[in-house]
Design a protein around this ligand. Sequence first.
Ligand SMILES: [Ca+2]
Ligand SMILES: [Ca+2]
Ligand SMILES: [Ca+2]
Ligand SMILES: [Ca+2]
Length: 259
Amino acid sequence: MKATYKVSRDRDLNKNKMKQKQHLFYFLTISFFLACNPTNDHGKISKAVDTISIDGKADETTWKKAPWLPIDQVWLGKPVNSSDFKGRYKLSWTQESLFVLVEIQDDSLVNRFKNPLERWWDEDCVEIFIDEDNSDGDHQFNHNAFAYHIDLDGNVVDIIAENTPKLFNDHMESKRITNGNTSIWEFKIDLYPDTFEYGKENKKVTLFEGKEIGFAIAYCDNDGSEHRENFIGSEVVEGEDKDRGWKDAGIFGTIELKK
Ligand SMILES: [Ca+2]
Ligand SMILES: [Ca+2]
Ligand SMILES: [Ca+2]
Ligand SMILES: [Ca+2]
């Protein structure tokens, strides 16, 4: 009896060990899957706790409290090293606007075209993508979402129809201060709904706690070539063609506004 009991108890113990191993295996598999499949969800963005002055200086308490987020996904060009490009950003908001702080390290700033509507993507510029209602979908020639290119002079360009770039300088206030290789850009951006019509009077959107917004940010890096050498973004984009943010809001991340 005792021997039989011991055998079955040993079997039970082995079964339990097997189960524990299986659970550990499932846990590790799920953890690995989650780690390898970022959701482009940047989580919750804290409301500003003080007045953000758009002066290219990040000395507000709001910025001190906000976490840095990386701009580290190569969407176009060869891999970059930190002496060529390094970028990160922070976000905050008020009822009136979305605030973005960007820190870029770039070894050479190229500001080639006097006309801001000429090959704006081939100069050094920050690109900020906003899908106000987080709807995803095509926005190439419509305002389902915006892809604002901000050049070194602060001009803001997006396209409104085929071969029709326009200035959107009135959608944001910005300031860049460059010291050596490091530029700090500060942005205060107004958000507009997909019913926006260029050249007409449009009502901007009021922001509120719990609101979800599609968001991405990128940098076009040119260090003296005919065309931009790299395009580095904030989002993981699956597939071969990673330069899709200018037409496809589906690659944007999601941010949620919180108190
Ligand atoms: Ca400031
Ligand atoms: Ca560079
Ligand atoms: Ca939209
Ligand atoms: Ca550059």
